[in-house]
Unconditional design. Sequence first.
Length: 364
Amino acid sequence: MTQIADQLQLIPPYCPNPNCLFHFGTKEHFYVKNGFIPTDKEPFLNQRFKCKRCKIQFSANTFSLDFRKKIPLQSEKILHYSMNGMSNNSVARNLRVSEALVRDRLKVMSRQSLFFEKNNSAKTILEDISYDGFETFTHSQFSPCYINTAVGRVSHFIYHNTFSPLNRKGRMTEDQKIKNKELILKHGLYPRDSVFEESTYIMEELSKKTKHKILFTDEHRAYQKAYRSRSLNLCHVTISSKTRRDPTNPLFPINHLHMLYRHFLSSQRRETISFQKHEGALLEKVQLMKIYRNFMNPKFVKKNKFDPHAHEWSPAMYLKITEKILNFEDIFGVRKLKTQLDLDQREKDFVARHYPYSRQVIAA
Ligand SMILES: [Zn+2]
């Protein structure tokens, strides 16, 4: 019954027509109710609307995360299960749905979470940042990669996580060397300066929002080169990888996050069989983890004697982006459209699942 009430009370937040004045949201009464159409799933009625200005028709479902989904109301559980260590296959078995459905909902949620983030990001950065790459792979060990992560030193807010493919190096058996050569002959090498490119991008983005703060990294050559290549509002301090990895280490927020990746994403466990099959899926999981960590959970689970708010404040609350820990509805309650936002090229590529160097076929 509550769903029927929701349908009757729904106030359309925007007009879905990208060419309409009301596309970007309005408090104005820009629509008329336009009858109901019966549907075959709860609440069995779908309120229809018409825009007064552009005359386009839409319905209550237009604004729901489950727009045009045959099986609704699965996403919240899928998010919580996936962000707490379950593989897509286990989630599917638990919910008695197909694994394809799980993958689809994760994809939809990752896009929606990016749109949410665009409207809820830090305007200025008032803390030092730790930056480093998380090393993993997609499809096979012949396609290693970095997730380049920038994390706030105090808030543990994840500011950025971008993707860099790597070419396999290091010790290989004779068979592996042959296989690696075959793959390179077939697909070519991965871009060689991606870590440099992505580090430059992240440093520039951070620099726009901060002044006189420190960027801590390890002694990776690409980070030093990236820092020197631009004039930035950041001081760069390198930390030797031999320095003890405890909470006093400036790279602790990064080490902590990478540990959480290994713990909470089943695809990132050592020796797992649920590894990510392609770049798109990997980045979508990491994007969801970003939202989950930044907005939906406290910085630490346990009380911390040096930081009295750590167990009750989310990283976004430290940055004063939000005033409380957000729930699923707060983030995914109203479906947003990509045409409502000003996305940069990386964000557009993420939404379109555009990975030109990928050796896999990735469905959009
Ligand atoms: Zn309109």
